[in-house]
Write a protein that binds this ligand. Structure first.
Ligand SMILES: NC(=O)c1ccc[n+]([C@@H]2O[C@H](COP(=O)([O-])OP(=O)(O)OC[C@H]3O[C@@H](n4cnc5c(N)ncnc54)[C@H](OP(=O)(O)O)[C@@H]3O)[C@@H](O)[C@H]2O)c1
Length: 300
């Protein structure tokens, strides 16, 4: 198979780090990016990866410049993996405008900006793959991390846009939806958190803290296996051999359960509410018209 060149964001730890090792083990090129690369990606330097400093919360101009720099390293990029992300824990009432902005900038707008910077290159080549690392929390929100969940939902919608708009140019896109995987994302030393001190929230906070602390280090998902699966899907190898790349793919038994449950619940609502849902349509015998407020007011 042709040697691919990958660019992966957020490679200092977790999925990103494992991506770098697995991509190299399969004989492909990888540009490993991250914040403070000289310090935080030093451990990847000897593996054969090319290191590039890239903070996903930086300006559009800076991300565009880095993308152009990256394109020159191996004469192009075949696969972009938007992986960088973090969780800021706090109740909706705690979440200031700045906290929302920070989550959205890193987890969503950074990925959007980098993708946009690379699309012209992929379009001119009529090939490329865009991988977004979403989450099962892009299907079901979890209390206490509203910003994170919103960015994962946004990545779902964005990936669908990419799929529709870029398919004519042979550019594929996918959003992976990992469940809980054993990385340091929710470790107390890694996570960002700030909670309301209001006693009304104390019982929920206590329950959530116990949940997160109990989950940290006990997550069912193995990130190395997750990365192998994601690479298989991109390359059409292993468990993905002979299969077409799906638009989205949950990863892990917990993610499968969440996605199935959401689908069942949504179908149940559609069935139970079908009559009410359809009640807002114009009757079939009302003539078609161009949008105009007066005409709407006078239509029956
Ligand atoms: N682990 C899970 O259970 C799970 C589940 C669903 C989805 N995910 C997704 O998987 C992705 C990777 O997370 P992980 O689980 O591997 O956790 P992780 O070990 O904490 O890795 C997160 C990575 O994102 C990087 N990052 C954070 N902010 C950044 C920024 N502004 N610019 C560039 N890089 C930045 C971090 O780099 P620094 O060292 O510079 O902070 C780190 O390399 C995330 O998008 C996460 O949402 C994880």
């Amino acid at each position: 198979m042709t040697k691919l060149t990958w660019l992966v964001t957020g490679c200092s730890s977790g999925f990103g780090k494992d991506f770098v090792h697995s991509i190299l083990a399969r004989g492909d090129n990888v540009i490993a990016t991250g914040r403070k690369a000289a310090e935080r990606l030093a451990h990847l330097k000897d593996t054969g990866a090319t290191i590039l400093d890239l903070d996903m919360s930086t300006s559009e101009e800076e991300i565009n410049t880095k993308a152009q720099e990256a394109l020159k390293i191996y004469d192009g990029i075949d696969v972009l993996v938007n992986n960088a992300g973090y969780i800021d824990f706090g109740f909706v009432e705690d979440f200031s405008y700045d906290r929302w902005l920070a989550q959205i900038t890193t987890n969503f707008l950074g990925a959007v900006t980098l993708t946009r910077a690379l699309i012209p290159h992929m379009r001119s080549r009529r090939s490329g793959t865009i991988v977004n690392n979403g989450s099962m929390l892009g299907w079901q929100s979890l209390p206490c991390c509203p910003g994170y969940c919103a960015t994962k939902y946004a990545l779902e919608a964005y990936t669908e846009n990419l799929q529709i708009e870029l398919a004519p140019f042979n550019i594929r896109s996918i959003v992976f939806e990992p469940g809980h995987f054993r990385t340091s994302i929710i470790s107390p030393t890694n996570r960002t958190e700030s909670y309301s001190s209001h006693p009304d929230y104390a019982p929920t906070l206590e329950m959530l803290r116990a949940h997160f602390d109990g989950n940290d280090g006990n997550q069912p998902g193995d990130p190395k296996k997750g990365v192998e699966l994601m690479i298989d899907v991109v390359k059409g190898e292993g468990l993905a051999k002979g299969k077409e790349m799906p638009p989205r793919l949950p990863m892990g038994s917990d993610a499968l359960e969440v996605v199935r449950k959401k689908c069942w619940e949504t179908l149940k609502t559609c069935d139970e509410w079908e009559k009410a849902i359809k009640s807002t349509d114009f009757p079939a015998d009302v003539p078609a018209y161009k949008y105009n407020g007066d005409e709407i007011a006078s239509s029956k």
